[in-house]
Design a protein around this ligand. Structure first.
Ligand SMILES: Nc1ncnc2c1ncn2[C@@H]1O[C@H](COP(=O)(O)OP(=O)(O)O)[C@@H](O)[C@H]1O
Ligand SMILES: Nc1ccn([C@@H]2O[C@H](COP(=O)(O)O)[C@@H](O)[C@H]2O)c(=O)n1
Ligand SMILES: [Mg+2]
Length: 485
């Protein structure tokens, strides 16, 4: 490809691609609070804590076991609220049928909080082994629990105390019909615990059912996810496991690289990713949801720019002390898929200059030629580098090296992308430790063709609608090697 034709192509592609912006779902709570202190939000030494609540015999333990089984490659511990039942006094033991095991006061919540606090601070703890037959928490030796990546807290009233609730990164409520719970309870208490059926039914009507209505059901509102049918709901469990895996993947890379920023995952964000990754999603929906996600990434990236303090007078005559946006700023998109991010940047930064870089892999020796069209004074600006996919990191390294060659300080570059493969993150973060990467999800990796997996295919083709055969013919000379790589 001759340089003239490439330059023509850059010129031709420098117009804005109007994909249409949709503002819904952009509430500030969906954007992790930006910070300008490097690495501050990335220091995730804390374990990922999941709370699982629901009525007795709803299937909480079954759901937790399934999650743990599917997360076999992670260090996970299960902490049962049952382990923190108070020991009964002699009088209470003598009249055990009058004891309410379903009331919040039946649990030693201070001890539970203390154990979790220790685990969070990397200290092993001894968790009592509660015996339902003798009603004692010291009948068996305690279980030694080591600090882990994931802690699952399970129990009927695990959402009751706000201090416990606040520790949780994810809250799940197992929602099973009352008759199913009662039937399971009768079987469990008579068969496993050797109890008399009359006593089980008495306990149910006197304590279990009223406590469910008064204390357990009111905590359902705190749940992020409600699972109907408990362990039978494989779809819900798969989704939860995937979400935890994503969080843990990010967690590890962010621990290693303080210059990597992953926007906080929410189910809204996961939903948008689900749509754009689905090969059956229409072009229109692909553009719509990509735009929403790109806008979140751009907003987050802007939060990393330096600011100066500024005071203004409000219409009430009061002084408001705020900040002034960074003025020396420009965008640089990596042609072609990076151009899909330009609309979002323009929507956030009125009149921003946007340069272009084209990376072309020539011949068999993999030599890359770079053509660029950048603002003259780029060395004096902060640069937001735009490319939706960070794969091997080759294109990114080429693009960043060019910016540095043009005099842009490494620390003035913020690389924005939608998805990043760990391989690309390693290459870029290691080579340019002062640059920042802002991304919305970390991928599993690259396949044998160096394509990102699970990925979303050729982003530029899907976004600009050039993935059907007719259109593809027309743009064949523009096929670039940096798409999705
Ligand atoms: N989906 C299910 N189908 C049939 N039995 C189940 C199912 N889920 C749980 N059980 C049984 O019901 C009882 C209570 O389940 P469990 O998971 O221990 O509930 P919880 O921890 O909420 O009390 C157990 O005996 C378990 O084997
Ligand atoms: N000695 C005890 C202690 C508790 N219970 C009942 O267990 C239920 C909670 O355990 P789950 O596994 O079902 O969450 C709760 O309803 C208590 O009534 C008991 O029967 N005896
Ligand atoms: Mg249980």
């Amino acid at each position: 490809m001759g340089s003239n034709s490439v330059e023509d192509m850059i010129e031709a592609s420098s117009g804005v691609h109007f994909s249409g912006f949709h503002m819904d779902g952009l509430e500030s709570k969906n954007i992790e609070k930006p910070t300008t202190s490097p690495g501050a939000e990335n220091v995730h030494k804390q374990p990922f804590i999941i709370g699982v609540a629901g009525g007795a015999a709803s299937g909480k333990t079954t759901v937790c076991d399934m999650i743990i089984q599917q997360l076999h490659d992670q260090r996970v511990v299960l902490v049962n609220q049952d382990s923190f039942y108070h020991n009964l006094t002699e009088e209470e033991l003598a009249r055990v049928h009058e004891y309410n095991f379903d009331h919040p006061d039946a649990f030693d919540t201070e001890k539970l909080l203390d154990s979790i606090e220790n685990l969070r601070h990397d200290r092993a703890v001894d968790i009592p082994n509660y015996d339902f037959k003798s009603y004692k928490s010291n009948a068996f030796p305690a279980r030694r629990v080591n600090p882990s990546d994931v802690i699952i807290l399970e129990g009927i009233l695990i959402f009751h105390d706000p201090r416990v609730r606040e520790l949780m990164n994810m809250k799940i409520f197992v929602d099973t019909d009352a008759d199913v719970r009662l039937a399971r309870r009768i079987r469990r208490d008579t068969v496993d615990k050797g109890r008399d059926i009359g006593a089980v039914l008495d306990q149910y009507s006197k304590f279990v059912k009223p406590a469910f209505d008064d204390f357990i059901l009111p905590t359902k509102k705190y749940a992020d996810i409600i699972i109907p049918r408990g362990g039978d709901n494989h779809v819900a469990i798969d989704l939860i496991v995937q979400h935890i895996r994503t969080k843990l993947g990010q967690h590890d890379l962010c621990k290693i690289y303080p210059n990597l920023y992953v926007i906080q995952s929410t189910f809204q964000i996961r939903g948008m990713h689900t749509l754009i990754r689905d090969s059956l999603t229409t072009k229109h929906d692909f553009v719509f949801y990509s735009d929403r996600l790109i806008r979140l990434v751009v907003e987050h990236g802007l939060g990393h720019l330096p600011f100066t303090e500024k005071q203004v007078i409000t219409p009430t005559g009061s002084v408001y002390t705020g900040v002034d946006f960074c003025k020396r700023l420009c965008g640089v998109s990596v042609i072609r898929s990076g151009e899909s991010m330009e609309n979002a940047l323009r929507a956030c930064c009125k009149g921003i200059k946007i340069g272009k870089i084209l990376i072309h892999r020539e011949g068999d020796n993999g030599q890359q030629l770079i053509y660029e069209k950048l603002p003259q004074d780029i060395s004096e600006r902060h640069v937001l580098l735009l490319d939706p996919i960070l794969g091997t990191g080759n294109s990114a390294v080429q693009a960043i090296s060019l910016l540095i060659k043009k005099g842009v300080p490494e620390s003035n570059i913020i690389f924005l992308n939608l998805i990043s493969a760990p391989q690309g993150v390693h290459v870029v973060c290691k080579s340019f430790p002062r640059l920042k990467i802002v991304t919305s999800e970390i991928e599993i990796g690259l396949n044998e063709d160096f394509r990102v997996v699970p990925g979303m295919g050729e982003f530029g083709d899907r976004y600009f609608g050039t993935d059907d055969d007719d259109n593809l013919q027309a743009v064949a000379p523009m096929q670039l090697s940096n798409q999705s790589r």
